[in-house]
Design a binder for this molecule. Sequence first.
Ligand SMILES: *[C@@H]1O[C@H](CO)[C@@H](O)[C@H](O)[C@H]1NC(C)=O
Ligand SMILES: *[C@@H]1O[C@H](CO)[C@@H](O)[C@H](O)[C@H]1NC(C)=O
Ligand SMILES: *[C@@H]1O[C@H](CO)[C@@H](O)[C@H](O)[C@H]1NC(C)=O
Ligand SMILES: *[C@@H]1O[C@H](CO)[C@@H](O)[C@H](O)[C@H]1NC(C)=O
Length: 482
Amino acid sequence: MAWFPMAVGFFSLISMVCTVSGIGANWGTQATHPLPPDTVVRLLKQNGFQKVKLFDADYDTLRSLSRSGIEVMVGIPNDMLASLASSMKAAEKWVAKNVSTHISSNNVNIRYVAVGNEPFLETYNGSFLRTTFPALRNVQAALKNANLGNQVKVTVPLNADVYESSNGLPSGGDFRADIHDLMLAIVKFLNDNSAPFTVNIYPFISLYTDANFPVEYAFFDGNASPIVDGQATYSNMFDANYDTLVWALKRNGFENLPIIIGEIGWPTDGNRNANLNYAQRFNQGFMSHILGGNGTPMRAGPIDAYLFSLIDEDAKSIDPGNFERHWGIFTFDGRPKYQLNLGATNSGSVVAAQGVHYLEKKWCVMKPSANLDDPQVAPSVSYACGLADCTSLGYGTTCGNLDARGNISYAFNSYYQKHNQLSSACKFANLSMITKNDPTVGSCTFEIMIQPYYGGAERIFGCLQKPLGFAMVHILFLLTSL
Ligand SMILES: *[C@@H]1O[C@H](CO)[C@@H](O)[C@H](O)[C@H]1NC(C)=O
Ligand SMILES: *[C@@H]1O[C@H](CO)[C@@H](O)[C@H](O)[C@H]1NC(C)=O
Ligand SMILES: *[C@@H]1O[C@H](CO)[C@@H](O)[C@H](O)[C@H]1NC(C)=O
Ligand SMILES: *[C@@H]1O[C@H](CO)[C@@H](O)[C@H](O)[C@H]1NC(C)=O
């Protein structure tokens, strides 16, 4: 049995060599006022993030990661899967434009291509079942043709319900019956190409969708009654879920396939369980767990993960729930929401983005003279909320305790700020007015928006951007000073 310790030593050496340590972040940009990409890259670096996962391949975003050294996972949105699945040429073009150029001309450290985003979610009604795997194959072939096959790996970020358990325990893990063959084909393909399996794990969603979910089991404090599975004991859902996947892979002969946690996190608003206290507890618990380096009962060693997410996105669909716009560790303007030690810097906690430019300190609120029973109130509020963001209003949210006037003001202000404080955006049927007195009450912040970032313009002007940009600023200056 002398081979046994040797084999263990050998494997830990491999994992030391192949695994990039450090924590990653998901950088989504579905916001009315995204921070400029350069500001976000500085934020990532200041906080010691070593990896970033994107949902598309936006040119400015990738260019801002030039020479940053940060490892990048670029994304292919689900709506591009069909064309990439049916055309090798389309896949080659995608790789040339969105990977090769950035690596060779801009020195972006692209390491992964995420083909689709949770394409097998049940809400998609199977729309992407036929296109995901062919798209994955074509993108892999295109990477190989571009001589990037070793450097850049393909993967598919999947939701955790692609696997299930026959006995309610991790050891019963297998791929979901209705997509079992497809999953096996994908897993075999990933394995053949030394590519990782990517899965998103969300204890918050379990708590949100199941009123009987044991709250303590979502966290990492060891307070939940442990679940015993053979030799293994589980006191948190993350480990149990991860090991259900490990068992599913093992059961089908792919025990050593690398796993990446594509998304993990906790939102801070929009639901009674989405609050700063739980988010801090979850994310810090997760960080301490992975910084400990012990892995899970079924798979020892480092865990490769991307937190979800870096920054709040106020333009995301709220179909999943009002919490959807509040997953950020940072607010929309790059301020930390709570103490979080990522173990990556000496500061002991995350720090705010620098050089953020705000609009003026003014707000749109309900006029004191306006009446609550004015028939224009309801349509004005629903108009404002429909086009802006009222997900911080409602039971158990940060602004859930506002009175009726506060509610109305909140809606008006959100609309006004989203529209860059245009005076025409504070004209709600004579119900509203602009004020310089901050209406913020307790934990309920009435935001001031940041200055809009016109990333698209740079792209259109291309190499002319610098001189032209300067000229335009000067012309504007001349015009306004006349
Ligand atoms: C590159 O990625 C962008 C952003 O995801 C996409 O809009 C564009 O179509 C891609 N380019 C090609 C040639 O496929
Ligand atoms: C899925 O089906 C439901 C019910 O048939 C429908 O309401 C929904 O729009 C469909 N979603 C997609 C993405 O096709
Ligand atoms: C404020 O608005 C929220 C969300 O629209 C609503 O649930 C709540 O009842 C309102 N509160 C008052 C006092 O009007
Ligand atoms: C606003 O008030 C003015 C003056 O009282 C009135 O003329 C106008 O019709 C009002 N506008 C609306 C949209 O109620």
